[in-house]
Design a binder for this molecule. Structure first.
Ligand code: G6P
Length: 601
């Protein structure tokens, strides 16, 4: 999804902007641009394609100036062309702005502005904002932006520079994140922390409808009615190196390999001498999860944990569905929003809906200071460090881990879980990172499998109960990074339709972590084999002998408490997706059509 970067200070800013944009590449984009205050004029360089192309353009025709803005665009309104790339300008070219989000009433505003004589050069919703601000500008940009906000419907994070105010960089947000980085004698702006982390770790997060005016020596933040606000800065603990590849071929590989430390770090954060800390205040009768994508799949595992360990009702909901479904509020029910980025628009909206219905709300996120973090009283953080690859791996694993700890805490509080069992799970969790290392070392057979199966037309992942939730995540991972079509099915449901797709040699992976369901799932696997499938069973070592009698191939993970097996079993599934993507020559970290953080509905 689109990215924003901005700078004002005493240094030449072209390289700072380009470097910031490079650090935002992981968000997914199809065009890019920068605008710099050069002398008395705002100058723009922009083009469709990769940052490398923009760099070429900027090197051939460099911009010199100490204030500027930059953008990576992920096309929504209008094709990814040079003209549709940001920054956009008003008719006279006095103003340049970049925008993340979608202006829903852009058609109506465009008609109105065209009647006023504005000539549009792009098909974007963003250009409307440039003309609108220009038409409202009477020598006070703060006022013009405030008035423009009254007309704009939709979501936006905007950064604006203007020739008449060469010492100020303006920005405003509604529903799309913006962070201000505070340096010494220089200020930075970005949609995401990693873009400006090499320059400062002291960050201010803007709230909806706040306008910030950045000058070399400081920032002023105003609320919607113009009153000055004094938000407290956050200090970001991780450094820029954590958001770099560090010798690995891809961020996805690096992030998968970091999972043992991420699990260890998250465990340490929630445990101490006294054992497991309290995760959420009090206890609930029911706890639901709302999330999108991989975080939703983590929520499905979390719901299983809560039912198993705390004996309470729990379900995971897709946030974009939940926000429009009819809800029946329950007293003592809680809703936990799960989001790696803490910025996913549907998840934030679903949380607001739950709150409006009177439910207790909390968040689980990897991103301190994110909109989600700031919109709830209680946040559970995952300590995975920055996740850059679009496909989520370490964030998912730590989400599942934190949900396990949450279920243990609820079970302890309502008496469903004994202290002895709790201690036992914690002990085994302490030994898990070592077992994870062991699994992550065994990549060669997976690599060979991928080399031999890269031309498959379709694959299946099946499982029952929690293993179905794992199958869903395994299939999502594979399709998002390798583009290989695949289906996740509840093992017992396959024969009600999808089994018709099985042909000679179609790979079917069965995920088995639960001893009591092993025979059932193996029998479903046998059904596919009888129709020509090439079957693979993924299970712990204790089940290997039995699995070998049924499956063509068996991949094992070390034995562990069944509750911890989801955390181990997902590793070969992630590696399968990764090596398949490499074998097929895909852009692993930036798969086509996808964005790391989806800040529009
Ligand atoms: C996008 C990403 C997915 C991610 C989902 C939810 O679709 O491509 O990897 O799972 O958003 O993101 P969140 O930041 O809310 O966990």
């Amino acid at each position: 999804m689109c990215g924003i970067v901005g700078y004002i200070g005493n240094r030449e800013c072209q390289e700072i902007l380009l470097d910031g944009l490079r650090r935002l590449e992981y968000r997914g984009y199809d065009s890019a641009g920068i605008a710099v205050m050069q002398g008395e004029r705002v100058q723009v360089r922009k083009c469709a394609g990769r940052i490398a192309q923009l760099e070429g353009l900027a090197r051939r025709n460099p911009l010199s100036g100490k204030m500027g803005i930059g953008h990576t665009r992920w096309a929504t309104h209008g094709e990814p062309t040079d003209l549709n790339a940001h920054p956009h300008q008003d008719v006279k070219g006095n103003i340049a702005l970049v925008h993340n989000g979608i202006i829903e009433n852009h058609g109506m505003l465009r008609n109105y502005l065209e009647k006023q004589g504005c000539r549009f050069v792009s098909q974007t919703d963003t250009e409307v904002i440039a003309h609108l601000i220009h038409s409202l500008y009477k020598g006070d940009m703060l006022q013009a932006i405030r008035e423009a906000m009254g007309f704009l419907e939709g979501s936006y994070a905007l950064a604006v520079i203007c020739e008449s105010e060469p010492d100020s960089l303006y920005c405003v947000r509604l529903g799309s994140p913006l962070v201000v980085g505070m340096g010494a004698g220089e200020m930075f702006l970005a949609s995401d922390i990693p873009a400006i982390l090499p320059h400062t770790r002291d960050m201010l997060f803007l709230e909806d409808k706040e306008i910030a005016v950045l000058r070399r020596d400081g920032v002023r933040v105003y609320d919607a009615v113009g009153a000055i606000r004094h938000p407290s800065p956050y200090h970001i603990s991780w450094d820029a190196a954590a958001a770099e590849k560090g010798g690995y071929a891809h961020f996805m590989l690096k992030e998968m390999m970091e999972q043992p430390q991420a699990v260890q770090g998250t465990l340490s954060a929630y445990t101490g001498k006294e054992g497991l800390r309290e995760m959420l205040p009090g206890k609930v009768e029911r706890l639901d999860f709302i999330a999108c994508g991989t975080a939703y799949h983590a929520g499905r595992v979390g719901a299983y944990y809560l039912r198993q360990l705390a004996g309470i009702e729990s379900a995971a909901h897709i946030a974009s569905e939940y926000r429009y479904c009819r809800l029946f509020p329950q007293t003592d029910a809680g809703v936990l929003a799960i989001s790696q980025s803490g910025e996913t628009a549907d998840t934030l909206a679903a949380l607001q809906k739950a709150r409006a219905m009177g439910m207790q709300t909390a968040a689980l996120t990897n991103t301190v200071g994110s909109t989600l973090d700031r919109s709830v009283k209680t946040t559970l953080l995952t300590y995975a460090g920055p996740e850059i690859a679009v496909a989520s791996t370490k964030a998912y694993i730590t989400q599942v881990e934190t949900l396990l700890l949450l279920a243990m805490d609820q079970g302890r509080k309502n008496g469903a879980l004994s202290g002895e069992r709790l201690g036992d799970i914690l002990n085994q969790l302490g030994r898990l990172p070592e077992k994870m290392e062991e699994v992550l070392k065994k990549q060669t057979p997976i690599q060979h499998y991928c080399d031999g199966h890269m031309n498959e037309k379709l694959m299946f992942f099946i499982g029952r109960g929690v293993d179905y939730a794992l199958a869903m995540e395994a299939a999502l991972k594979l399709k998002e990074v390798s583009y290989l079509p695949c289906e996740a099915y509840a093992a017992g449901e396959l024969k009600h339709g999808a089994i018709a797709l099985i042909e000679q040699g179609t790979p079917v992976f069965a995920i088995c972590t639960q001893e009591e369901l092993l025979e059932k799932t193996l029998s479903n696997l046998r059904e596919t084999k009888a129709r020509g499938a090439e079957t693979v069973c993924i299970c712990p070592e204790t089940m290997e002998k039995r699995a070998r009698q049924e499956a063509d191939l068996v991949w094992t993970v070390p034995d562990s408490d069944p509750l911890l097996l989801p955390l181990l079993i997902m590793l070969p599934m992630q590696l399968l997706a990764y090596h398949m993507a490499v074998a097929k020559g895909r852009d692993v970290d930036k798969p086509r059509n996808l964005a790391k953080s989806v800040t529009v509905e």
